[in-house]
Design a protein around this ligand. Structure first.
Ligand SMILES: Nc1ncnc2c1ncn2[C@@H]1O[C@H](COP(=O)(O)OP(=O)(O)O)[C@@H](O)[C@H]1O
Ligand SMILES: [Mg+2]
Length: 367
């Protein structure tokens, strides 16, 4: 009988909880059911406040948000089970990434803080729940991020030419999958959608730039682009990871955005995401022939066009073309990581995160 696993994640974009019911039998990913679960508007606003203004988020607020977010993740799991019409006794485990509030892997006391009380998820579903995936990697000296590359490696292990998986979420990350004995590498390249979302939201009160149409109608401001792209993060050597606590409107406002037409700033931000992604691929995955794109940014035609312009000799296509729905790969990765942890198998790649060794990821909350 099939063992199912559930993967749950809400990324930096805070566009809601992605839930998948998946199985990994016969060495292949079967996405049985997918479900996008919106946060209640009030919770989303409070989470955004906590992320944008962390110093003002006191302990009572943090505790309450942890529990409330856990209740939403629990409901997302229950909803995907109901939609999938699967007996929940067949779900071996839930892997819940939670909601990142802070990711500071390079501070004096490195940490990455995800909330979404996993005991609440385990109790409410009756299913063993694995959570807090980033801690063990950080404890082993790693960045705790990105965690998706080993899953990308597993998905594409049958390939016979080097390729890159490019995940464009709020932050963009790449996984370079060489053939032969070379190690897999992967890291956050910098902003994916996060600055695009933040700018259009501040200027036009829209959650995102649909298909990149607004950016496409603007003109890149070269001087601004050059100063943004000169940020040290982009030239730093991997392992490296970043988040919303770094790439946000405060970061952008430290540069000269005044006096420009807002649409031209949007075009410049889209260009920034594109050029930093393509420079990272050229520098760290020089032999690749193919780029498989996933994450919400795959729906931004303008961003993809800029990426393709800079990589004319490579095939740049949605993972959909190889039968993998680009919107659900990250949630599926946490279902896969829950399976790894349940089997006492390691889930990190030290060549990616910089950890000193492979470790089993996550804390297990029994049902
Ligand atoms: N039709 C679209 N056009 C442009 N951008 C889109 C579209 N659909 C989704 N996106 C972008 O994808 C983001 C969500 O991507 P996702 O992979 O879920 O990121 P995260 O993992 O950070 O939550 C949205 O915030 C938005 O910026
Ligand atoms: Mg998302």
């Amino acid at each position: 009988m099939t063992d199912y696993y559930i993967g749950l994640i809400s990324g930096t974009s805070m566009d809601g909880i992605d839930a998948v019911l998946a199985s990994f039998e016969n060495e292949s990913l079967q996405l049985h059911t997918t479900h996008a679960h919106a946060y209640p508007e009030e919770l989303r606003r409070l989470l955004q406040d906590a992320i944008s203004n962390p110093e003002a988020c006191g302990l009572p607020r943090l505790g309450m948000l942890d529990r409330w977010t856990g209740e939403c993740f629990r409901d997302a799991a229950l909803a995907v089970i109901e939609k999938g019409a699967v007996d929940k006794r067949r779900v071996a485990a839930i892997g819940s990434h939670g909601q990142t509030l802070q990711h500071r892997p390079n501070s004096e006391h490195p940490f990455s803080l995800q909330i979404g009380d996993a005991a609440t998820i385990a109790a409410g579903t009756g299913i063993t729940t694995v959570a807090d995936f980033r801690r063990a990697d950080i404890a082993a000296g790693g960045q705790g991020a990105p965690l998706v590359p080993p899953f990308h490696e597993w998905l594409f292990r049958a390939q016979d030419a080097p390729s890159v998986v490019l995940n464009i979420g709020g932050i963009a990350n790449i996984t370079s999958l060489p053939t032969g004995d070379e190690p897999v590498i992967g890291f956050d390249t910098g902003p994916g959608n996060t600055l695009l979302d933040a700018w259009i939201s501040a200027q036009r009160n829209l959650p995102y730039d649909d298909n990149g149409q607004w950016a496409a109608s603007g003109k890149v401001i070269d001087a601004l682009l050059n100063s943004l792209a000169a940020d040290d993060y982009f030239s730093a050597a991997p392992p490296k990871s970043t988040g919303f606590e770094y790439f946000n409107l405060d970061w952008l406002n430290a540069f000269d955005t005044e006096g420009h037409d807002p649409v031209d700033v949007q075009a410049t931000l889209c260009e920034l995401s594109a050029v930093t992604i393509t420079a990272a691929i050229r520098k760290h995955a020089a032999t690749t022939r193919e780029v498989h794109v996933c994450g919400g940014g795959v729906h931004n035609g303008d961003l993809l066009q800029r990426i393709r312009r800079d990589l004319p000799e490579l095939r740049v296509s949605s993972t959909q073309e190889v039968g993998l729905d680009p919107d659900w790969i990250e949630a599926a990765a946490f279902a896969w990581l829950a399976m790894r942890t349940s089997n006492n198998q390691s889930g990190n790649l030290p060549s990616v995160t910089g950890a000193s060794r492979k470790v089993v990821l996550g804390a297990i909350h029994s049902s």
